[in-house]
Every structure is written in structure tokens, then in C-alpha cells.
Write a protein that binds this ligand. Structure first.
Ligand code: GLN
Length: 278
């Protein structure tokens, strides 16, 4: 059956089979010689067909690996990307370096999707609290399920809300302002959205499309973060190549300080950081 798949999908197929059977890679190879029941053949055929149709392997296993965590994922929720792991690593290091406090720090994540960023930040900052907000009910459900399974519901919560609307309702989580805001909002431009859909046709477009110029969510986040951050609070954003100049301008115009961007492993502008005035 594996042979009927395009070469690029074979590794994914093997991963899905191994994952569902709870086998390691070595166990998978050992079991290759097993007799297979007709039910298993049917199940694997379906999996192979779904992969061919562009379903990410994570939708078939129900799990996505992110940082050191295994997260719940289901169809309709954007699969966390490996480049976002570096956003978390950088942000957690910076928060640890810059924001010393005797009380627990509180972070806010607009457009939290699967909850990957909030859960990984909470994992790296063991006393921090995180509030993640997303418009998509399926994403919020997945994020809450992951938080329960990982055992962090006392520090991490997710809510369904539109981040383009007012954030005043979230102030009760941090009356003196959030210590940091972190986000990987939808940022694909009108010009690039068709290619993004073609490269992953089963993932939700609303988690990718950032309006014609890709800046729709950044405008809202920068403006609201400015009011929601406490003095000296930090803002971390994932961005796309080509948006860095416009977002930098937006940050400075809003009065944020220490605004800079960083490249990802491919050498493309991917991360942005700014600080609220002290
Ligand atoms: N990097 C993602 C992709 O290429 C886009 C994520 C986003 O829009 N925030 O699919």
C-alpha cells in the first residue's frame, strides 16, 4: 500500500501507522513482516488516501509534537510549525532574563490556535500563567484538552473570542497589565494565500490569511498590546518575510521601544520583539 503513495508521503504514512500502533521506528520495521488483518488493511488504505488528499499526518494521529510537548490536534486546527518553536525559545529566554518578579508572570496569547505557544511557554516558565484566545471553537477545545492532559490547567487557560475586538474583558487576568504578549497570528498575504492553500489544502485558511497585505492582525495586536502590557512588558510576534519593515514602523509609531526582528533558520525575517516603555 505504501508503494502506491508518492515518495514524499511514504515517510508520513509509516509515521501514521507506527503512531497509531504505538510503535517506535524500530518496532515498525520489525512488524513489517507481520500478517495484516483485513480491518487493518482498510484502515491503512483510508490513511494513505487521506495523506494523498493533503491531510497532514497530525490530523490522522491526533497528535502534534511541539517543543517538548505532544499536543492534541484535529482537522480544522492549524498544525504547529517547527519555526514557531524558535519563537517560544527566544521569548522564554527573554522573559527569564528581562522580567524578574516575585509574583507569577502573566502572558497573553492572541490567536492561540492549538495552544502550542502558551503550553510551551508555560512548560519553560514553570510559575508563569498563560491566557490564550482564539476565534475557532475547535482550536480552543484542542488547546484545553492538551492543557488538561499535560496537567497545567491551574496556570494555562484558553478562551474563544475575537482578538480583533476589545481586549478589555481579559484585563481581569492581569489588572496591572500583562507581563508579555506573544502571538503567531494569521499573516499570509492575498498574493501568497493560494500557494499556501495548495501546499496544505486541508488546513484552515482562516488560521493563515492575514488580509490582503498580511497585516490585519498585527494592526490590532500592536494597538491593543500597547494598552494591555504593563510598563516594561514584552511583545513577541512571529512574522513573515516582507512584513518586517511595516510591522517595525507600526511598533515605533505606537510608542513601543527596543523594536527588532530576527531571522529564522532559513535566514528569513521571522520573529519580532518590542518592549513597552518602562
Ligand atoms: N508559517 C505558516 C505557514 O506557512 C503560516 C502561519 C501564520 O499565518 N501565522 O503555513
Amino acid at each position: 500500500m505504501r508503494e502506491h503513495l508518492a515518495a514524499s508521503k511514504r515517510t508520513e504514512f509509516e509515521y501514521v501507522v507506527a503512531c497509531r500502533a504505538d510503535w517506535s521506528r524500530t518496532e515498525f520495521l520489525v512488524h513489517l513482516a507481520d500478517d495484516v488483518s483485513p480491518e487493518a488493511v482498510g484502515e491503512w488504505r483510508t490513511a494513505a488516501a487521506q495523506l494523498s488528499l493533503g491531510y497532514p499526518a497530525e490530523y490522522l494521529t491526533g497528535r502534534a509534537q511541539f517543543c517538548d510537548l505532544s499536543l492534541d490536534i484535529e482537522e480544522g486546527v492549524l498544525v504547529p510549525r517547527s519555526e514557531t518553536e524558535s519563537l517560544v525559545e527566544r521569548a522564554a529566554d527573554r522573559v527569564g532574563e528581562v522580567l524578574q518578579s516575585s509574583r507569577p508572570l502573566v502572558g497573553f496569547e492572541p490567536c492561540s490556535g492549538s495552544g502550542a505557544i502558551s503550553l510551551a511557554m508555560a512548560d519553560r516558565l514553570p510559575t508563569a500563567r498563560m491566557i490564550g484566545v482564539d476565534i475557532d471553537a475547535t482550536a480552543v477545545r484542542c488547546a484545553l484538552r492538551s492543557a488538561r492532559r499535560i496537567g497545567v490547567t491551574d496556570r494555562v487557560t484558553f478562551m474563544q473570542a475575537n482578538v480583533l475586538c476589545s481586549w478589555n474583558g481579559f484585563r481581569r487576568f492581569a489588572p496591572a497589565g500583562f507581563d508579555f504578549v506573544i502571538s503567531n497570528p494569521p499573516y499570509v498575504t492575498g498574493e501568497r494565500i493560494q500557494a499556501a492553500i495548495e501546499s496544505s489544502p486541508r488546513e484552515p485558511v482562516h488560521a493563515l490569511y492575514g488580509g490582503p497585505d498580511g497585516l490585519l492582525f498585527y494592526r490590532a495586536i500592536v494597538e491593543r498590546a500597547r494598552r494591555a502590557l504593563r510598563p516594561g512588558g514584552l511583545l513577541f510576534l512571529e512574522i513573515d518575510e516582507g512584513l518586517e519593515a511595516a510591522i517595525l514602523k507600526m511598533l515605533y509609531a505606537s510608542g513601543m521601544t527596543n523594536c527588532r526582528w530576527f531571522k529564522d533558520l532559513q535566514g528569513l525575517p521571522r520573529y519580532m520583539e518590542a518592549r513597552q516603555e518602562q
